[in-house]
Design a protein around this ligand. Structure first.
Ligand code: DI6
Ligand code: FE
Length: 412
């Protein structure tokens, strides 16, 4: 009978493994001088080189030559399908107007809604492709994409279909999230409850029937949806078996994170205004706290998310781009790792955990991707670097030496 190594289709040898597996001690879960074997797109085994009998291996060998292998990067929060661009608002904000003022005056999200509604599914896909390709080129192997710039049944479905189709074109796993409750559409300006009912009673069942989303997200904020409306939406999402994510505590403390925790949310995101009671609830519920330093930076925020308390309470912290045309038009997860360290005080190892292990949990995929361990998908990056701290310390100086998606080496 073949042993587990002989069953492998490909084995990387002479690799330094930053497994990110919490069961291996140390910040990166390092296995120096390691080998990792792949079978049917998944990791079959890992071991120190010294314990590997090279003569008995029929598999194809790839020599990592001392390079570092990490899990593929995961961007767990993006809005990268959209029409138009909002650089005029960038200029307005530089002149002193706030994001909320611009939104109230009909700009902001609603400006992108108008531009998105005007485009076909194919046009949206064509515009989104280079944004996604930029993430893929720097090592991202899983990306979450939200709807939320359609705000009508047809336009939300169009966005989700556009997002899904990108996964057939590029070697990347796409997870989609229904964010119909991103803003109140102009047609429902004075009857937002009716829009919430439309989402729950008509849109959501269609999305689920077509299998177009894994999760539901709500922007719970004074300029968007109230906690009561959010709860109604979460109830409906839960009934349909979708995962839950929330835009919470970005501009004010609305209690959305507590609500999210009580519904077992996969993640609550932004969190600049998160309070201590909510942090305890997140820990209790196993909900990931997703930090979005790009939006913090781009909106020139000054109030920091409570990183120290999150760390103390051992809440899992993810980092994501929030890639969107208004508050974070920044298509680089590596930049977010750097900003997470410089602006939020994360360590480089916490930053890497935030775009691997913890990001996986923020997508309900904590048992599938995000660490190098047997049974996990073989989404891996080989880096020609001296130390994994470089992944957060440097931006734009190097790309992955090799990108491995589902066990296949892909050239992007
Ligand atoms: N918070 C954000 O940062 C994005 N959406 C949200 O609810 C911004 C979206 C935009 O400005 O277009
Ligand atoms: Fe967002």
């Amino acid at each position: 009978m073949l042993n587990i190594w002989q069953q492998c289709e490909r084995i990387w040898i002479n690799a330094r493994l930053a497994t990110m597996d919490p069961q291996i001690p140390g910040p990166y879960g390092i296995l120096e001088q390691g080998a990792i074997g792949i079978r049917k797109g998944r990791i079959q085994a890992l071991t120190p080189m010294a314990q590997l009998d090279l003569d008995a291996l029929p598999a194809q060998l790839s020599d990592a030559q001392g390079g570092w292998l990490t899990p593929g990067l995961i961007d767990s929060h993006t809005h990268l399908v959209y029409g138009g661009q909002r650089s005029a608002e960038f200029t307005q904000r530089l002149a002193g107007e706030s994001y909320a003022e611009i939104a109230r005056a009909g700009g902001g999200i609603l400006a992108t809604v108008a531009a998105t509604r005007a485009l076909s599914q194919q046009q949206l896909t064509d515009l989104a492709r280079p944004r996604l390709a930029a993430l893929v080129a720097e090592g991202v192997t899983t990306v979450e994409i939200k709807s939320g710039y359609g705000l009508s049944i047809a336009d939300e479905l169009k966005m989700l279909r556009a997002a899904r189709s990108l996964g057939d074109e590029l070697p990347v796993r796409i997870r989609t999230t229904l964010l119909a409750a991103h803003a109140i559409p102009p047609e429902y300006r004075s009857e937002s409850d009716a829009y919430v009912a439309l989402i729950c009673d008509e849109l959501l069942p269609q999305v689920v029937a077509e299998g177009l989303a894994e999760a539901m997200d709500v922007f719970c904020e004074e300029i968007a949806f109230s906690p009561a409306q959010t709860e109604r939406l979460l109830e409906a999402a839960k009934m349909h078996g979708l995962g839950i994510k929330l835009h919470a505590e970005q501009l004010s403390n609305s209690g959305a994170s507590l609500l999210g925790a009580s519904y077992g949310a996969w993640s609550v995101d932004h969190l600049e205004h998160l309070d201590a009671a909510a942090i305890a609830a997140l820990k209790q519920a196993g909900t990931v706290a997703t930090l979005l330093p790009g939006a913090f930076y781009f909106l020139h925020e000054t109030r920091l998310p409570p990183i120290e308390r999150l760390r103390e309470q051992q809440v899992q912290m993810a980092l994501a781009t929030d890639l969107n045309p208004g508050s974070s038009p920044l298509a680089s997860l590596r930049l977010m790792m750097n900003m997470g360290c410089v602006l939020f005080g994360l360590s480089p190892a916490e930053a890497l955990a935030g775009v691997t292990r913890h990001a996986a949990c923020a997508l309900g995929l904590g048992d599938q991707i995000g660490i190098l361990a047997p049974g996990y998908r073989a989404d891996m990056l080989l880096w020609d670097i001296d130390h994994p701290d470089q992944l957060a310390a440097e931006v734009g100086t190097f790309a992955p030496h090799q990108r491995i998606f589902g066990g296949e080496i892909c050239h992007v």
